[in-house]
Design a protein around this ligand. Structure first.
Ligand code: SF4
Ligand code: SF4
Length: 323
């Protein structure tokens, strides 16, 4: 066996496990019916509005809960890398030094530190998913793989999706689309529905998220050519995606290029992930942003309908509901 062949075999072996940061049961927002949503770690993009910062990297993420901290400093003593420093502004975690060894988590007497992210083997995850089979069968639901970006872990999906299909479970993939087609190609025949993000139709703006808009648009067209149903989604983010021109361009793209789009969802921004950023000691750029007004969501929906889309919906907390 050549060195290259050996490496490929090793990589394939590694794909029998997935890095997952949450399994959410009884979800009704991530596809039809009642679903289990599996949140997989790792994402090629860095959207400033990301609601799941703990899912950005594939490795476990160390988080600190200020409310549980009793300043015992056992964690600081346990950390041989010198990565922790408890200050009056909270716990400073030097992520360049942190090796995710978990010693601080074990040492903390009040459970104030946690490593978010767990590795699942295929059978282990299948067992978790199948626990709710009765709900899928009764409601027309199934399982949704989201994240982060699930297609970052194609090798694992390529192994678990056929198992789910054999058992008659409906499979949805919630994707940002910003990965080369070769990864989608490996799993597409096992997917019943794509929840597909079209965030910005501006090449320069999209580049700032860390990806190529051309790739996202091309993948969307290819998925549709495979006749897979799609629910296209745009997060409505103040100052980024919430202008009429953006929604008009996205709607025109859907109208012309995605005949399998069953619906177009506009998802209103909220600030609920603020505490996640605090726990991760990361900057939340939208901390001062407000909820979008109900009127604005209605207006954007009309923009999409005027282009010719006939199943446009919006959801999420808005200013009127919150006041
Ligand atoms: S996980 Fe390990 S290296 Fe990271 S802060 Fe905790 S003790 Fe230090
Ligand atoms: S694509 Fe989704 S998971 Fe990735 S950074 Fe953007 S919002 Fe977060």
């Amino acid at each position: 066996m050549s060195l290259m062949q050996e490496k490929i075999v090793r990589d394939e072996d590694l794909d029998t496990e997935a890095a997952i940061f949450n399994i959410q049961r009884y979800s009704t927002e991530d596809g039809p019916g009642i679903r289990t949503t599996v949140f997989m770690k790792g994402c090629p993009l860095r959207c400033p509005w990301c609601q799941n910062p703990e899912g950005l990297n594939k490795e476990p993420s160390l988080v600190w809960y200020s409310i549980r901290c009793i300043a015992a400093l056992e964690c600081v003593k346990a950390c041989k890398e010198g990565a922790l420093n408890l200050t009056s502004d909270g716990m400073l975690i030097d992520r360049k030094k942190c090796t995710k060894c978990g010693k601080c988590v074990e040492a903390c007497p009040s459970g104030a530190l946690e490593l978010v992210g767990k590795t699942y083997a295929i059978d282990e995850l299948l067992d978790e998913i199948l626990k709710d089979r009765v709900f899928y069968d009764k409601s027309g639901g199934g399982v949704t793989f989201g994240g982060g970006e699930p297609v970052m872990q194609t090798g694992f999906l390529e192994k678990i999706l056929p198992e789910l299909k054999c058992k008659g479970i409906h499979v949805a993939i919630d994707t940002c689309g910003a990965l080369p087609w070769k990864y989608f190609k490996r799993i597409i025949k096992y997917v019943d529905l794509f929840l597909y993000d079209l965030k910005l139709l501006d090449e320069e703006g999209f580049k700032k998220l860390g990806g190529s808009l051309g790739l996202v648009l091309d993948n969307a067209k290819r998925i549709s050519r495979h006749e897979i149903p799609m629910w296209v989604r745009t997060p409505i983010i103040p100052g980024y995606t919430d202008n009429e021109e953006n929604i008009k361009h996205i709607s025109e793209f859907i109208y012309k290029n995605i005949p399998t789009a069953e619906r177009y969802d506009l998802l209103a921004f909220n600030n609920m992930c603020k505490s996640k950023y605090e726990r991760l000691n990361m900057e939340w750029k939208l901390k001062d942003s407000h909820l979008v007004e109900t009127e604005k969501m209605e207006g954007l929906k009309m923009v999409a309908e005027d282009v010719g889309l006939d199943n446009v919906r919006w959801s999420g907390l808005t200013k009127v509901e919150a006041d």
